[in-house]
Design a protein around this ligand. Structure first.
Ligand code: NAP
Length: 285
């Protein structure tokens, strides 16, 4: 039987650290970290994410600035708002909730966000810095996964790590972070042949596929650490991971549940990044 990795608990600890440091820095500097969240249109899932981010800002003592723009917002209008936020010294972090409507090129928006305020770490400058291991911000979801692995006490160095998924947001940066910690890393994707034979080698298996119950017991090595990034909405409205939890849990040594695993970490790491941005922009230690 596996030990459960409690994302709620680990994320609460990260947020508490951020809250304590924020309180101290506000007293010392008279300034308060600020996060601007921009949402375009009425995507209900995006609305939930944005509300959760606002709530987290309150918890840690940040100012949050929400901009809700109509579905038919043009790219120029959104770019104009991003420029305004780039030059607003009360705003330390800028997050444009993705996806944006089809008339807007998300790459153009990401590129327009000042790299110092890019707390999602999606800007090419920040992506490049992650590649060379010289970064200020880590992308929130992979950074959250690293915190979860570290919470188990399992050493990454020298271990076989397999990441299923190669997206720019999760899979690729995830692999890079594991590599920086001296894991021996394999990235799998939809063209990988005999996927199960690769994943069965993994001491640490990270699933970021976007398919409910995709990882089955025969794909997992006995005693593996299994991290489930997937967030799939079933027809009955329930949230379900990429890992078939009931099957895999008896084989794993550690496993994340869905919900309550990686999900809460993403927002906690966003708070951490915003605090880092605030410190850098105000030359605070
Ligand atoms: P994505 O962009 O759709 O990428 C999915 C990856 O899975 C792709 O690289 C794809 O390969 C690979 N894949 C698809 N079918 C496969 C198969 N049969 N065998 C092996 N690989 C396969 O998704 P994403 O943005 O990375 O997100 C992945 C999951 O994580 C989703 O469920 C998403 O909701 C969730 N997520 C959660 C959080 C969180 O906070 N917990 C944050 C972000 C994402 P190809 O590249 O070859 O197509």
């Amino acid at each position: 039987m596996a030990n459960l990795i409690d994302g709620k608990q680990v994320s609460a600890a990260v947020k508490e650290q951020v809250r304590l440091e924020t309180e101290k820095l506000v007293q010392e500097s008279g300034k308060r970290p600020g996060l601007a969240v921009v949402i375009v249109g009425n995507n209900p899932a995006s609305r939930v994410y944005v509300n959760n981010k606002k709530k987290a800002c309150e918890t840690v003592g940040f100012q949050s600035f929400e901009y809700t723009l109509p579905e038919d917002t043009t790219q120029e209008e959104l770019l104009e708002l991003v420029q305004t936020l780039n030059s607003d010294s009360n705003v330390n972090g800028i997050l444009v909730q993705l996806p944006v409507p089809p008339q807007i090129d998300d790459k153009a928006i990401i590129n327009a966000i000042s790299a110092e305020k890019d707390v999602d770490a999606f800007h090419p400058e920040n992506v490049g810095r992650i590649m060379i291991g010289d970064y200020a911000f880590l992308p929130c979801t992979p950074a959250g996964v690293m915190e979860l692995i570290d919470s188990t006490g399992v050493e990454i160095s020298g271990k076989k790590c397999v990441v299923i998924g190669r997206s720019n947001i999760v899979g690729k940066p995830m692999a890079m972070l594991l590599l920086h910690r001296s894991g021996t890393v394999t990235i799998c994707h939809s063209r990988t042949q005999d996927l199960a034979s690769v994943t069965r080698e993994a001491d640490i298996l990270v699933a970021a596929v976007g398919k409910a119950n995709f990882v089955t017991a025969d794909m997992v090595k006995d005693g593996a650490v299994v991290i489930d990034v997937g967030m799939n909405r079933l027809e009955n409205g329930k949230l379900c991971g990429d890992v078939d939890f009931a099957q895999v849990e008896p084989k794993a040594s550690w496993i994340t549940p869905v919900p309550g695993g990686v999900g809460p970490m993403t927002i906690a790491m966003l708070m951490k990044n915003t605090l880092t941005a605030f410190k850098q922009q105000n030359q605070l230690a």
